[in-house]
Design a protein around this ligand. Structure first.
Ligand code: 5AD
Ligand code: SF4
Length: 444
């Protein structure tokens, strides 16, 4: 049996693609190994959203070629593969196959060809029309948490972003299939599903099957209600696109306990001038109104975001506005990025005129302010009891286990490994840098 080691960089869509790759390989007689040095084939699922992410591919291929005794075959998957195509063969020595973002369904056939000694395989073709939902024994990153892609690709073309080029146009998957697979997951022990997509709330299936009867609501909020009705314990979803984020999504959360109280709503900037130049389709004011509506929910919804500092033309005044909006929103967590020009995007033709040290300074300032907000948000939980889905042993303490709350906080507590897979009540006693700590609450 040939052994395949699979390494994944980037977003949840890549994690999900890797799960499909692993499932397909396992079904076709390959062994997925966690030990990279034993592998006959190493597959690297790549990310190209920022230059640093792309750089990792180059570093990893070098390491594999130079330090492994057994020289495995190397396949490059994902966004870098899709964007670079066969030019990657010239850029990096030692690659045997290039597999684009839409070719994941054909992976085992491709690996067979590589193992048969075929050189220079490139597959950047389209996804198969028939989406294989009915996989038995799927390989997942967790036995209790499942990522469910509901919409793939992106039509938004924010000027800094490579995703519309690496993942193509938006395609929504049929609601009836999504519901059917979630029912199946629920039966097989999945406790939490994450509906994923670059913009989940732009969900718009061509046939509306399974989504009837919610007149005037967005297809996404109707899908949310339908998923809630499957009875799966927890439903999370990300990422939400601000322009398409309507109040009916919050209303659905308010009405369904199993729709989790967490919204990831990337703002990117707090300056209208920069937002326009990014072509985000929202203004500071429209974004604030959405935050207000979310904050008014009785579900105490936590809000997380992505912010880019140092976009072309960003002045100190623009950045101040970002700081102010971040403080206004009171994010539970913010992923902050320094602008990284991506060849092929519209912003690549704008002068990258914010000096690196200015980007760094803004990054740190925002980080400091956000750290304060985040601590304030975390402190609110002290003394409260949270439902925690126990997912794994804690990394640093062998007697502790770790999981997530519905508001998507990491919670650690002392507990036996037998609890993994259960949802238990934990009383929060301390905050750590990015997580909560507590004790099992047997009284609640
Ligand atoms: N430079 C920096 N950050 C970027 N992101 C996307 N493209 C770029 C870029 N060119 C960030 C955005 C997005 C997140 C996934 O990555 O904040 O929401
Ligand atoms: Fe990129 Fe904008 Fe699409 Fe998000 S919405 S993937 S930032 S183009």
């Amino acid at each position: 049996m040939k052994k395949v080691y699979l390494e994944t960089f980037g977003c949840q869509m890549n994690v999900s693609d890797s799960e499909r790759v692993a499932t397909s390989l396992a079904k076709n007689g390959f062994e997925i190994t966690p030990v990279e040095t034993e592998a006959d084939v190493v597959l690297i699922n790549t990310c190209s959203v920022r230059e640093k992410a792309e750089q990792k591919l180059y570093t990893r291929v070098g390491e594999i070629r130079n330090s492994f005794e057994k020289k495995p075959l190397v396949g490059v998957l994902g966004c870098v593969a899709q964007l670079e195509g066969e030019t990657l063969f010239d850029k990096i020595e030692g690659i045997d196959a290039i597999v684009g973002t839409k070719a994941v369904g054909r992976i085992s056939h491709i690996i067979d060809r590589v193992l048969d000694g075929e050189d220079g395989i490139v597959d950047l073709g389209e996804r198969e029309k028939e989406y294989d939902w009915t996989v038995s024994d799927p390989q997942r990153h967790s036995p209790f948490v499942a990522f469910v892609p509901i919409i793939e690709g992106c039509n938004k073309f924010c000027t800094y972003c490579i995703v519309p080029f690496s993942r193509g146009r938006e395609v929504s998957l049929p609601a009836s299939e999504i519901i059917r697979s979630i029912l199946e997951m629920r039966r097989s022990g999945i406790k939490e599903v994450h509906l994923i997509g670059q913009n989940v709330n732009s969900y718009r299936p061509t046939t509306d099957s399974g989504l009837e009867g919610f007149h005037g609501k967005t297809p996404f909020s109707r899908l949310l209600r339908a998923v809630a009705a499957t009875g799966v314990e927890r439903v999370k979803f990300n990422t939400s696109f601000p322009r398409d984020f309507r109040s009916d999504i919050v209303d659905a959360i308010n009405e369904h306990e199993n729709l989790c109280n967490w919204v990831h709503l990337p703002v990117q900037s707090g300056s209208d001038r920069i937002l326009r130049s990014m072509k985000r389709g929202h203004t500071v004011e429209s974004y604030r109104r959405k935050i207000d509506y979310i904050r008014a929910s009785p579900r105490d919804i936590s809000i997380t975001t992505d912010i880019i500092v140092g976009f072309p033309g960003e002045t100190d005044a623009d950045f101040d506005e970002t700081m102010r909006l971040a403080e206004y929103a009171g994010y539970d967590q913010a992923y902050i990025f320094k602008y990284s020009p991506r060849p092929g995007t519209p912003a690549f033709d704008m002068a990258d005129d914010v000096a690196p040290e200015v980007k760094t300074r803004r990054f740190r300032e925002l980080e400091t302010v956000q750290r304060r907000t985040q601590n304030r948000r975390l402190e609110r939980y002290i003394g409260r009891v949270l439902d925690v889905l126990v997912e794994r042993p804690a990394t640093r303490h062998s007697e502790q286990v770790s999981g997530h709350s519905p508001c998507h906080k990491v919670v650690n507590f002392a507990g036996p490994r037998e609890m993994i897979g259960q949802i238990v009540k934990v009383r929060i006693s301390e905050i750590r840098s990015n997580s909560l700590f507590g004790t099992l609450d047997r009284t609640a």
